[in-house]
Design a protein around this ligand. Structure first.
Ligand code: ZN
Length: 445
């Protein structure tokens, strides 16, 4: 007991010194990428948090619990500069944290929305993250000592690197007992990147999020129109009625995008919808999710171009085995679309219905597609659309066991429910109606 207390005090003293000496500038000019004639630029750091009062610390809660203890100041950096940050968590639970077995890590947690994401500020060089020595792209640090007992404090240190573009970059951090549970509240962390020694640029206001799900009987529900498209191409010969019905011409799609903007709709992603159902977070008013199935080449050629032109994010459900075939997108196109802000998600390995397939086949279709697509685009794929809308009970098990958070079929109106996240609803935009008129039916469902 005494030994533990002494070790704790030694640890506190050591890191208190670290906090007091929080980084005030980058470790060296070699890390600073600047034009030769750029204005002078000096890294700085904001105030660190005050030490917690003894009365504010909670101890001995049954199980694993963590409480924010303190953090170093938020850095203000020149583009390309690096800085080291410290965040400390108090073990307020009854169980210790063991580095061997199930270590405590500092995870990334993005409340707006999703979690477990790589960050532009730091990482291990994978999944689009810069290499700043993190244990993983979505884990900033691992517990620094083999054992942190109840009442002790875990001090996480991690390096961040300022992106090249000025602005304020947020990182939400939350301790996680790896493989078991997330602890405590996520802590918002930010790095401001400036161009020179002048006030940081003002931030663009994010869209107001004021539209909350209803909550009744333990179930959240919210109306979100999710629109389903296939071909975005010249309308084919009228004799092919099925193909006509699956086709929206580029001119019609543009008219529909303009209609949605003019009528106050705000595009949201699969993660936005899942997060509001899972966590009760608000969406912007009149949310709409545009989705494009199968990875057709016309979606890259036409839809992606129009979406970018109008600043609209959409979801593309891609069938992994069709990628690279004639008439379908390539891996390079998928990477470009993902880097361009599009939401790339899974439409199975092969374009086959999961309904009635064996559990093994369902797991293969779901798990392999998630792994392959995530590798190709360097982002985590967590959402699914059932090919041909086909599903059954064991398909739900397959998706959940592969880590999917939500799945969509091809009908069902606009009411999305938290007890049916693996059966969310979409409505087709049918090619038999033209222009913005084609939206009126799906938007009214
Ligand atoms: Zn499909």
């Amino acid at each position: 007991m005494r030994f533990t207390a002494i070790r704790l005090l030694a640890c506190l003293g050591l890191v208190a010194a670290t906090l007091a000496l929080s980084p005030t500038r980058a470790s060296g000019a070699a890390f600073t990428v600047r034009e030769p004639q750029a204005a002078p630029c000096t890294d700085s750091v904001g105030p660190s948090s005050p030490p917690p009062s003894a009365a504010s610390l909670v101890s001995g809660l049954p199980g694993h619990h963590a409480q924010l203890y303190g953090h170093s100041g938020r850095p203000v950096l020149c583009p390309g500069s690096t800085a080291t940050a410290t965040i400390a968590f108090h073990n307020s639970g009854s169980l210790g944290w063991y580095a061997e077995g199930a270590p405590l890590l500092l995870g990334t947690w993005g409340p707006e929305p999703g979690q477990d994401r790589s960050s532009i500020l730091g990482g291990d060089g994978s999944s689009g993250s810069p290499a700043t020595g993190w244990p993983r792209a979505d884990r900033a640090a691992i517990q620094p000592v083999p054992y942190i007992g109840p009442g002790q404090v875990a001090w996480f240190r991690f390096a961040v690197k300022a992106p090249a573009t000025p602005g304020t970059y947020r990182l939400w951090l939350r301790p996680v007992v790896e493989g078991r549970q997330w602890l405590g509240e996520a802590v918002e962390w930010s790095v401001t990147v400036k161009t020179g020694d002048e006030p940081p640029p003002p931030q663009a206001a994010p869209p107001a999020r004021t539209y909350l799900p209803a909550y009744s009987g333990g179930v959240r529900s919210i109306r979100v129109n999710v629109l389903l498209y296939h071909y975005v191409d010249a309308v084919p010969d009228r004799s092919d009625a099925l193909r006509v019905d699956l086709t929206t011409s580029p001119a019609d799609l543009e008219e529909q995008l303009l209609y949605l903007k003019a009528h106050g709709y705000t595009p949201v992603t699969t993660n936005d919808i899942w997060w509001t159902l899972d966590q009760g977070a608000a969406l912007p008013p009149k949310p709409v999710n545009l989705s494009f199935d199968d990875g057709l080449i016309s979606q890259y050629d036409n839809a992606y171009r129009l979406l970018r032109k109008h600043g609209i994010t959409a979801t593309f459900y891609v069938t992994a085995n069709l990628v690279g075939r004639e008439g379908y997108v390539t891996q390079a196109m998928l990477r470009e679309m993902a880097a361009g802000g599009m939401d790339i998600q899974s439409h199975a390995v092969d374009h086959v219905s999961l309904a009635g397939a064996t559990p093994e086949a369902q797991r293969y279709q779901a798990c392999s597609a998630r792994r392959i697509l995530s590798e190709w685009i360097g982002k985590d794929v967590r959402h699914f659309a059932y090919p041909a809308g086909g599903y059954d009970e064991s398909a739900f098990d397959a998706l959940a066991s592969c880590g999917y958070l939500s799945a969509y079929w091809t009908a069902g109106g606009s009411l999305q429910r938290s007890d049916r996240t693996l059966l969310l609803s979409r409505e087709r935009v049918r090619g038999l109606a033209r222009g913005a008129a084609a939206l009126l039916v799906p938007l009214s469902r």
